[in-house]
Design a protein around this ligand. Sequence first.
Ligand SMILES: [Ca+2]
Length: 403
Amino acid sequence: MKTSLFLFALLGLGGSLSLTSCQKEPESAVVGTGNPTNTGNTGGSQTGTQTGTPTIRVQTLLTNYEIIWGMDFLPNGDLLFTERKGRLFRYAGGTATELTGLPTDINISGQGGLLDLRVHPAYATNGWIYCSYSSSPAGSRATQLNLIRFKINANRITNLETIFKTSATNTWYGHYGARIEFDKNGLLYFSVGEGGPSSYGGASSPNQNAQNVKTEWGKIHRMTDSGQVPADNPTLPGNTTPTTIFSYGHRNPQGLALNPFTGDLWETEHGPKGGDEVNIIQSAKNYGWPLVSYGINYDGTPISTSPTRDGIQAPVHTWTPSIGTCGLAFITSDKFKDWKGNLVTGSLPLNYLSRCAISNNKVVSEAKLLENQGRIRNVKQGPDGSLYVSIEGPGRIVQLIPE
Ligand SMILES: [Ca+2]
């Protein structure tokens, strides 16, 4: 792996801007660049031909939706996005068109609904699109998490298949995780939150789903693009054969992104009170929940005497207090100059987009973008090299355009 050194500068905390209008028409504004506050090297294989702090223009593409949870791009640049309440849209040429033919059993209770969306990396040849959603079997009050794939023909969903589903044991409609990502070999990763009856940390917590390799909840799953178990998946302690479970001990993983510079799978998950995590996902590793955490329970009781333990994979970064991390992407565009290689994730309760500089697989500094615009649900880099950010209240997508 070739290691390249280049300097980067960080946007100061004062560098965000205010967007006050909720009109449907696009609007633009310029992000102040602030002063560089740090320099260093990425320590990875990131390379950049342009240096300096980018000037960012922010444009609102669409607004007045419910929570826009999932979004991804077709090869032609069309943007597909989900509304949590159960609608799917294609945005093209300045207009959003609703697609028809979604499953009819979407359950939008609590944190559930129509969640993530991912376009197959070989979409141009196979036409597959993936979505996750929660549902309740007939007669049940508990929910399950589903992973489906389908094609689109004339704004209608066709060829709909369910390729993975959990047991229907989520009785509080929370902590679904539900992000979808692919690796460079075309294998699919699906983050499934702890589900279960509640969320409470500690060895005596009644919800040990994340440590139980017999349940799908609280895991990162790895499968073929049709939902089969790859032959080189791990056989976890207590199992006799490989399953789709790739790693375990996860609480509510709502960020999943392949690091295109290293090929590693990066994940973010919500901690309890404190202890939000960035993890690099490795086969068969235990990421600790609910046995250890950098956070504490919401009632103030401790979860573990130490946030780390032998045999448990430590996060590469934590946030205390929690930022409520949701959505995850790597900046790969040269247009972002010194921000190339940075990790970006949304903060739900603190209302900003976190931009993290990485060195040697650690987060070495953080800056805030889009402060006080609303809860940030998702972020993706588009094929045009700009960032697309889903913000709530009202649900909207803004584009961060480097100039
Ligand atoms: Ca952990």
